[in-house]
Design a binder for this molecule. Structure first.
Ligand code: SF4
Length: 714
């Protein structure tokens, strides 16, 4: 092997959680290939995963990596190089002093679904246990908090009931609000393979755009943005009308159907077709295919979640599954796909401002007492903390004084960038814990804490199908970088000393001790993993939860016995009512702007943006419009246009896309300030709205009203 060695890891991009075999020479990653034994991908990798070694190349990253701590004491000064002793001591002193003067809620943590479960666990304990604030939220709020709320309201727990293998057993795959071919490519390969094997397997795609996924569908429902609840209620109306519901299942395993039945009476085919902008024939076809399918599997993602009615959209789709008995059996169920590699792990440890460890509820005094006992603190605060958008609003208002950001780039990824930039300028102290010093957020950081990243870390992640994978570092830590959990623990112990606490809540000598504590927090819960250990994960490979003590395997599929983790043991129908988008198009802002992912880029491009070949699919940002709209405005392909919302403006080249209906526009989420500087903006989030779902607090990143005008030549 010429001194080369191979180790197993997972891809650090999407929530499919593919296993990779990493080849290293001890200093750099020399190659990657799919792990044939990993049940998420069986050896396959997409374009992003197969170039992981290029994005991890130390030479490529030399300019981009944060390699030593940096700090400034006064705004306006450049940050200077500092030692860990100086930075950790400074942070502990500032945080302790601020908590003493303004209370614990004057501190906010904004963390990330890219962190490992162990990192997430420590951050939550630091905020909710040691400091006594629930002001800890994550960029996963932007991608799946509506799915969390939808599952909890209907099924009683935040647990996707299906698994990847269900694709092989389904007779209908219903994809809603997901361009799976781009966003979860390896899962999509599995769908393609299943359809090839079984030509009778039908696929419906509900998406405003005719994406590559929609083009492959047997039926594409090109609904108007934000009308999903009307669609799902309309399908249920038709299933009722045509006697396609499973009354025996409803009677035995659910409650609340009578109210919903009354509501969906109003969702007549005519009303739904007009609201959604689709034909009545297509609506009827979709309802019949769903209701008659021996096994219907729904896959859904940001099109449902990133919405001001995201929870209702999730619940309405789950209603449809419950009413037709399409859950708890092979090939059936509502299955939300997670965007980030460890959004699921973050949910497990309660890594959101309204959740507690082990899927416990903050509002439940018994749950708070359990967590307080586990952590060895007197109590855990009862009031939910500020969620992503609320947190930046609170910073802008001066309520939150210190903001600690870990492994995420809010100066690009949060909606309504004007608000975010003002907040980051207003904060008394911005702490950024990052692997990269080149992100848009780095310019606001008063303290930069250099963190390790993919291939350098040890710990666990959980993918979309509840499967936990453990991996070890394959590269040495570059420069003075530290692991994310180590950075948090060092500051936490110093705060404990300043507070005069005896002993420590953070006694961890290694990452396994953190995982063992997290494991214990799940005992008796729906996600119980007390039967798992690092050793089992290493010897037997990735495992799904639940995996309670005494089990020999995890559970692939949930609710097969029809018993749900609610007080009554029954699933609950939610009475979902269609609400339009927060900012409808009007005469001043006539275009419906949607945002989304491209095939070869990931989030804000900190990593994929360093790999030249990943730009062959799309070299620069653009606004995609219908040819008809361009012709009417005398805009030719490549012409620069102003795209303007009520919050900001961007100049972008326009390109015609046959995936767009007239009146709609699409801009990919990936490009930020550095790519459009001089063209006025902070990526597409200069345009998006911070309106959010009242239940999940997930922002409506999928829709904003904009106007598009041809830019004048200088
Ligand atoms: Fe990585 Fe997702 Fe591609 Fe798999 S499908 S290789 S997890 S980006």
């Amino acid at each position: 092997m010429n001194g080369l060695r191979e180790s197993k890891a997972t891809c650090c991009y999407c929530g499919v959680g593919c296993g990779v075999i990493v080849e290293t020479d001890g200093q750099r990653v020399t190659g990657v290939r799919g792990d044939p034994d990993h049940p998420a991908n069986f050896g396959r990798l997409c374009t992003k995963g197969s170039t992981l070694h290029l994005s991890a190349d130390p030479l490529l990253q030399q300019q981009a990596r944060a390699l030593h701590p940096e700090m400034r004491l006064h705004r306006g000064e450049p940050r200077g190089r500092a030692s860990w002793e100086e930075t950790s001591g400074h942070l502990a002193a500032r945080i302790t002093d601020t908590v003493r003067r303004h209370g614990p809620d004057s501190i906010g943590f904004y963390i990330s679904g890219q962190l490992l479960t162990e990192d997430y666990y420590v951050f939550n304990k630091l905020a909710k246990g040691l400091l006594g604030t629930n002001n800890i939220d994550t960029n996963s709020r932007l991608c799946m908090s509506s799915a969390v709320a939808g599952y909890k309201q209907t099924l009683g727990a935040d647990a996707p009931p299906a698994c990847y293998e269900d694709i092989d057993h389904a007779s209908l795959i219903f994809i809603a609000g997901s361009n799976t071919a781009y966003a979860h490519p390896i899962l999509y390969r599995r769908i393609e393979a299943a359809r090839k094997r079984n030509p009778a397997l039908k696929m419906i795609v509900a998406d405003p755009r005719r994406t590559d996924t929609a083009r492959d569908a047997d039926l594409h429902l090109a609904i108007l943005p934000g009308t999903d609840v009307a669609l799902f209620n309309g399908m249920l109306h038709l299933c009722l009308w045509e006697d396609l519901i499973d009354q025996a299942y409803i009677d035995a395993h659910t409650e609340g159907f009578a109210d919903l039945k009354r509501t969906v009476r109003d969702y007549t085919p005519k009303f739904v077709a007009d609201t959604c902008g689709i034909s009545e024939d297509d609506l009827v076809k979709a309802a019949r295919w769903f209701g008659e399918a021996p096994a219907a599997l729904s896959l859904y993602c940001q099109g449902l979640n990133q919405s001001s009615s995201g929870t209702a959209k999730n619940a309405a789709l789950i209603n449809l599954h419950l009413a037709t008995g399409q859950i708890g059996k092979p090939g059936a169920g509502p299955f939300s796909l997670t965007g980030q590699p460890n959004a699921m792990g973050g949910r497990e440890v309660g890594g959101l401002a309204n959740l507690l460890s082990g899927h416990r509820d903050m509002a439940n005094p018994g749950h708070r007492a359990e967590v307080a006992k586990l952590w060895g603190v007197d109590d855990v605060p009862a009031t939910p903390g500020k969620t992503a958008v609320e947190m930046f609003e609170a910073v802008r208002k001066g309520e939150i004084k210190i903001l600690w950001i870990a492994c995420t780039n809010p100066a690009q990824s949060l909606p309504d960038q004007k608000l975010v930039q003002e907040a980051l300028q207003k904060a008394e102290l911005v702490i950024l814990q990052e692997a990269y010093r080149t992100t848009a957020t780095a310019q606001f950081a008063d303290v930069l804490l250099p963190a390790t990243t993919w291939a350098e870390k040890e710990g666990t992640v959980t993918n979309s199908e509840r499967r936990i994978t453990r991996f070890k570092p394959v590269l040495p830590r570059p420069g003075e970088t530290r692991h994310d959990w180590e950075i948090a623990v060092d500051v936490a112990r110093r705060i404990e000393a300043l507070l005069g606490r005896t002993g420590t809540l953070f006694p961890y000598a290694d990452v396994e001790q953190i995982w063992n504590e997290h494991r214990e927090s799940t005992r008796g819960r729906d996600l119980d993993i007390t039967g798992l250990s690092y050793r089992i994960l290493e010897e037997q490979g990735p495992q799904q939860w639940p995996f309670p003590e005494g089990a020999t395997a995890g559970r692939a599929r949930l609710y097969e016995d029809g018993v749900f983790p609610t007080a009554s043991g029954r699933a609950k129908f939610v009475n979902t009512v269609y609400q339009p988008v927060a900012e409808p198009a009007d005469a001043r802002y006539p275009f419906r702007l949607t945002t989304g992912r491209l095939r070869d880029q990931w989030h804000g491009m900190s990593r994929t943006g360093t790999v030249a070949q990943l730009f062959s699919h799309a070299a620069e940002p653009a606004v995609v419009m219908a040819r008809l709209d361009m012709d009417r405005r005398l805009i030719r392909d490549g012409d620069l246009v102003h795209v303007t919302s009520r919050r900001g403006s961007q100049i972008l080249p326009a390109i015609a896309g046959d995936d767009m209906r007239a009146g709609q526009a699409f801009v990919a989420m990936h490009w930020g300030e550095e790519y459009v500087s001089g063209r006025g903006g902070h990526g597409v989030n200069a345009l998006t709205t911070s309106a959010f779902c009242p239940s999940s607090k997930q922002p409506e990143l999928k829709h904003a009203a904009v106007k598009i005008l041809k830019a004048e030549l200088p």
